[in-house]
Ligand binder design. Structure first.
Ligand SMILES: Cc1cc2nc3c(=O)[nH]c(=O)nc-3n(C[C@H](O)[C@H](O)[C@H](O)COP(=O)(O)O)c2cc1C
Length: 275
């Protein structure tokens, strides 16, 4: 099996129809990437980290507005305060390195002021553009880090405690976290997370999801055969009961039935956004 065929199997449980379509080691690595939550104690070199921020900030940027910013959390007291807010995710406080990727709608607003122009960037458009820029920078950072042997875990849960986290990081109005990211050398091999088959996620000419129910059933079974969720991992049995078969779609439906992040839109509206 070629590396491409192996990567497709691991990621999508799909056979490569024509291995000549393999695009090379970089694409194989992209298909095989994985989130890493356990790290060795080795601290990445500072010069390497600096290089990774250069890669991150080379990501595409909507209108060249450059509305991503990166904040490194170095202060051990701040690290442990943030870590203690999320005891279910001990990697947040424990990873060797922690950055926060910020959507930064403030800089463009300030540029308008400095150039005496009527820029009003606290709109949905400003928020969305800054969010996309920060997300692209985050993923570019992650892929660059993985290419040099590091492992990362994005951390959006910090937005659930935005009222506590933002002051700790000194965030002004119009600047908000898209996600933090834990960085370090992987302590174990980890595993590639199976994605939905592309028949469910790639469309041609017209959006068409009529096949979703059947594709979901197959996906749930395939995923369960690889990494079954244990009875202890079933969410919210008090509300939904114990499931005989508990697959990915049952888990995600239960997770989404308890929406998170209610504090975030309130925070944004109180800090410069007018949507
Ligand atoms: C925007 C974003 C936020 C995330 N936030 C968290 C988080 O708060 N905690 C966590 O443990 N993982 C977090 N993750 C990691 C996802 O759980 C992970 O990407 C997903 O399970 C798929 O696994 P994979 O990245 O290995 O393919 C986040 C991922 C993204 C893209």
């Amino acid at each position: 099996m070629t590396p491409y065929a192996a990567a497709l199997q691991a990621r999508f449980a799909e056979d490569a129809p024509d291995v000549s379509h393999a695009a090379g080691p970089m694409v194989d690595a992209l298909i095989g990437r994985k989130t890493v939550r356990r790290y060795t104690g080795q601290m990445p070199d500072e010069a390497l980290l600096s290089t990774l921020t250069a890669a991150a900030l080379s990501a595409s940027s909507k209108s060249d507005f450059q509305q991503a910013s990166i904040l490194r959390v170095l202060d051990p007291a701040v690290r442990s305060t943030i870590g203690a807010m999320f005891p279910a995710m001990p990697w947040i406080g424990a990873s060797p390195v922690f950055y926060v990727f910020l959507g930064d709608a403030r800089r463009l607003q300030r540029i308008g002021e400095l150039r005496s122009k009527p820029v009003a960037n606290g709109t949905l458009e400003g928020f969305f553009n800054a969010s996309v820029d920060a997300a692209l920078a985050l993923q570019t950072f992650i892929l660059a880090a993985e290419s040099v042997g590091l492992g990362c875990c994005p951390i959006s849960v910090i937005r659930n405690r935005i009222d506590a986290v933002a002051p700790l990081l000194g965030l002004p109005d119009l600047v908000f976290p898209v996600a933090g990211v834990c960085v370090g050398y992987p302590a174990d091999a980890g595993h590639v997370s199976l994605r939905l088959p592309r028949a469910a996620t790639v469309h041609t000419d017209r959006y068409d999801d009529h096949a979703l129910p059947g594709l979901l059933d197959t996906y749930d079974r395939t995923r369960d055969a690889r990494h079954a969720l244990t009875p202890q991992q079933q969410r919210n049995n008090a509300r939904f009961g114990v499931a005989g078969f508990y697959g990915w779609s049952e888990d995600k439906a239960r997770q989404a039935a308890d929406p998170e992040g209610a504090a975030f839109p309130l925070y944004l509206r109180a800090h410069g956004f007018d949507f």
